[in-house]
Design a protein around this ligand. Structure first.
Ligand code: NAP
Length: 287
């Protein structure tokens, strides 16, 4: 099978790519840092998988870099069996990309939107394919700031981080409800608390809170990805499922009523299409 794994050079993504290479699959890993990519390629070569491993360096916070990634994937394969979206960098201070987008929104949501909808032909060509959005699903906090999704008029960094978490959940709902995806399974997967580098750029007091949580509940990455490896080997048949580790989340449950609301998902999809038009990329919208 052909795997595309964003954030495949570290943490959860690296555990997935290692496992996929060890099982004879072809893997393209996308990451931001060239050194990590080189290390990942060296490890693949040592494991005898050099001819099946490709690293692509991109800053997925930028729309232009996502289009470059889409082109690279299309040049590498005409089928994507497993699309695993892991690239992440939590930011607790408001900041914007060179394209003017709030950074959490750009990486946790928009990049994942662009890659999952953008690779639909390749996912469909693969037949029994699967998209996995590795995120914090099952944490019913965070609101969409509909009047100012990019936090251009200020706001708090933590709100932006939580907005992105909500948006990436809604991406799953939008993808599953979008007729052209034809019921292609999309999984929202939360590895729960695993020991990775993810928290390294967050500010106090969140950094302290994360350190305590990791110390009390942090699992090794290999343990956190085990249920995900099972899902990758044997995908669910439903168009949308969500898991926190091995525990399936009841998407209809009252506790999560706001997290996965179809009307919000549709509204966000339409806002995203409009945003892409404003950015000069109407062709990247989901229609
Ligand atoms: N760790 C946890 O406890 C936990 C809990 C719940 C959910 N999750 C979710 O699990 C997923 C994976 O997180 P992780 O813990 O594995 O994080 P991680 O160890 O920090 O790995 C993040 C990966 O994303 C890449 N990346 C970051 N910014 C990028 C950019 N702008 N463009 C391209 N690639 C970029 C990193 O590459 P570089 O280092 O080269 O930038 C790295 O390969 C995330 O979506 C996260 O929300 C994790």
């Amino acid at each position: 099978m052909d795997f595309l794994v964003t954030g495949g050079t570290d943490g959860v993504g690296r555990a997935i790519t290692r496992h996929a290479l060890a099982h004879g699959h072809r893997v393209m890993a996308v990451g931001h840092t060239a050194e990590k990519g080189d290390a990942w390629l060296a490890e693949a070569a040592q494991a005898g998988a050099a001819d099946r491993a490709v690293f692509f360096r991109a800053d997925l916070r930028l729309v232009t870099e996502n289009t470059r990634t889409l082109d690279a994937v299309r040049g590498w394969t005409d089928r994507v069996d497993r699309l695993v979206l892991c690239a992440q960098r939590y930011q607790t201070r408001i900041g914007h990309t060179a394209e003017g987008l709030e950074r959490n929104f750009a990486l946790s949501y928009l990049s994942r939107f662009l890659l999952s909808f953008g690779l639909l032909p390749q996912l469909r060509a693969a037949g029994a394919s699967l998209v996995v959005n590795v995120c914090g699903t099952g944490t019913p906090v965070g609101r969409l700031r509909w009047h100012d999704l990019q936090f251009t008029s200020g706001g708090r960094g933590f709100q932006a981080l939580m907005q992105a978490a909500r948006a990436t959940d809604l991406l799953g709902v939008a993808f599953a409800g979008h007729p052209p995806t034809g019921g292609l399974p999309f999984v929202l997967y939360n590895p729960d608390v695993v020991r990775t580098n993810l928290q390294r750029e967050i500010d106090q007091p969140w950094r302290m809170l994360a350190a305590v949580t990791l110390a009390l509940r942090g699992k090794p990455v290999e343990e956190g990805v085990r249920p995900l490896l099972r899902l990758l080997a044997d995908p669910p048949t439903a168009a949308l499922t969500a898991f926190r580790a091995a525990q399936e989340i009841d998407l209809q449950g009252r506790r999560y009523a706001r997290s996965y609301r179809p009307s919000d998902a549709q509204r966000l999809l339409e806002e995203t299409n409009r945003l892409l038009v404003r950015l000069g990329h109407p062709e990247l919208g989901a229609r």
